[in-house]
Design a protein around this ligand. Structure first.
Ligand SMILES: [Zn+2]
Length: 87
């Protein structure tokens, strides 16, 4: 489990893990690079740093991304672009 994504609500910290900048809610495209393919998940809810642009996911989102990757891994040949499923 990734330690960056812990906490009851949101990412569990108020300032950027890296630069201590202010965080805000945002939406990003998450790119997963695997050995033989690339999966791009669009519209992923995230918390982003207004200063350095680092992106953090909360637990539920991270788990969901993991599930998407597991599913796609076997189906994808080269590049896949999927939309993050609405809750
Ligand atoms: Zn930052």
């Amino acid at each position: 489990m990734d330690r960056r994504v812990c906490g009851k609500k949101g990412v569990g910290f108020m300032n950027c893990f890296y630069c201590k900048g202010a965080l805000r809610d945002g939406v990003t495209a998450h790119v997963i690079k695997l050995k033989s393919c690339i999966i791009i998940v669009k519209g992923v809810p995230c918390t982003e740093c207004t200063q350095c642009g680092a992106v953090f996911y909360d637990n539920a989102v991270a788990l969901r991304l993991e599930g998407i990757v597991k599913e796609m891994k076997t189906a994808v040949t080269e590049v896949a672009i999927v939309n993050y499923p609405a809750a």
